[in-house]
Ligand binder design. Structure first.
Ligand SMILES: [Zn+2]
Length: 191
């Protein structure tokens, strides 16, 4: 068996495996349930590996190259993505920037605790004054909660407001709220 494809994305691995199946190539995603138990350690677990029989590597590589270079993408007119409300174009994608900024904010708020402790220890080391452990922990905890408390309003302000992005005109917008579930259900049962 040979590894035909490697990724850190569970869906990506299964999309590639199903694509190869569709092309008549037997393909398996190895150990995906072990790797996905802890995504922070996905690299340590070896990532998601799509494995195939030795003799089919060249054929599989051709299909994977097509997939990676967007040659298997649906024609813009055939996909069911919303059109850009500004220019009417098809180049609409999920806007990852606000999500990344929020993750950095969340990460930095966790860092506030060790940073405050380090400042207190450095102060103690330089002046040999009494170290105020209770004050340091209380202050760092307060800062941590303050930073995390603004996450929900930041989420609605950035993530929801700029949910989609147009590659043509750089317009960002929020998708309209979905209709109520009961209405969708009635429409589906009536179809
Ligand atoms: Zn646009």
């Amino acid at each position: 068996m040979r590894r035909a494809y490697w990724t850190l994305d569970w869906y990506d691995a299964h999309i590639v495996a199903q694509m190869l199946h569709h092309e008549g190539i037997d393909a398996w995603v190895f150990n995906d349930n072990i790797v996905r138990t802890d995504w922070m350690q996905a690299i340590a677990y070896g990532g998601y590996r799509v494995m195939i029989d030795d003799g089919e590597l060249a054929d599989a590589q051709k299909h994977i190259d097509d997939y990676l270079h967007g040659k298997r993408r649906l024609a813009a007119a055939d996909d069911d993505l919303d059109l850009c409300p500004n220019c009417g174009g098809h180049a609409v994608r999920d806007n990852a920037v606000p999500r990344r900024l929020l993750f950095i904010w969340f990460f930095l708020s966790f860092l506030s605790v060790p940073v405050f402790v380090a400042i207190a220890v450095a102060h103690y080391a330089s002046s040999l004054s009494h170290i105020d452990i209770v004050g340091t922990v209380a202050l760092s905890t307060a800062v941590f909660f303050l930073l995390t408390a603004v996450l929900p309003p930041l989420y609605s302000a950035f993530r929801l407001k700029w949910q989609y992005r147009c590659d043509n005109c750089a317009h960002r917008w929020q998708s309209p709220p979905q209709e109520r579930w009961s209405i969708l259900r009635d429409r589906a049962s009536g179809a």
